[in-house]
Ligand binder design. Structure first.
Ligand code: SF4
Length: 202
């Protein structure tokens, strides 16, 4: 890293990886670009969050917001910020809202934005984690305070896809070499990790 660089250590990820656990966010990054989890695992830094990301994070992490979404969804006795670990598959995460009675889970977003493949990948792995912790989740939602933006029906195929994503992310993380990935120039152009990326504009 050069002089004046404000990249920050990604210590919570380093800690998790050192304990042999993959945070779900790494799978989400993998689905966006497989090189990102490799960069995080090998450099253990991340770009500083943008002001809008910080704002979103602060709002998102408010338990009050999560409770309000759970209420809006009509859940009885929801579990808020439920920590779930799957030691066999070596992955863990925190589910925003787990509703055992309704057999649903929710990932909360503050704003209704266009959802990408990577967010759905994250949702699938949350569903897998829920199942491996004994919660028979049938639907997984991405929702805001105004309602569900996306609903995923959770079936055997969903869980297998999630398992595959976890395996592939671990493979990228544990490899000494970056994954052989080439992304469109435009995508690399706005990627936050471009400065550290060996695959940039390959
Ligand atoms: S710069 Fe391009 S190849 Fe590298 S992590 Fe970003 S999107 Fe992926």
């Amino acid at each position: 890293m050069g002089k004046g660089c404000h990249w920050v250590p990604r210590l919570h990820l380093a800690y998790a990886l050192s304990r042999g656990l993959l945070p779900v966010v790494m799978v989400k990054e993998y689905a966006w670009c497989p090189t990102i989890p490799w960069i995080i695992a090998n450099k253990l830094v991340e770009p500083p969050p943008t002001p809008s990301m910080l704002k979103g994070l602060r709002e998102h992490r408010s338990r009050d917001v999560l409770k309000r979404v759970a209420k809006m969804m009509g859940y009885k006795r929801p579990e808020i910020e439920k920590h779930v670990v799957d030691r066999r598959r070596r992955v863990y995460g925190v589910v925003d809202i787990l509703a055992p009675r309704e057999q649903e889970l929710v990932e909360v977003k503050i704003r209704a934005t266009r959802l990408g493949r990577h967010q759905l990948a994250q949702l699938k792995v949350y569903a897998l984690l829920a199942w491996s912790n004994g919660y028979r989740v049938k639907r997984a939602h991405i929702a805001t305070l105004k309602g569900a933006l996306e609903t995923l029906e959770v079936d055997q195929r969903t869980l297998l896809e999630a398992e595959d994503l976890v395996e592939k992310t671990w493979k990228a993380v544990e490899s000494p070499d970056p994954p052989p990935v080439c992304q469109p120039v435009e995508k690399c152009g706005y990627c936050r990790y471009a400065r550290l990326c060996p695959n940039r504009a390959c």
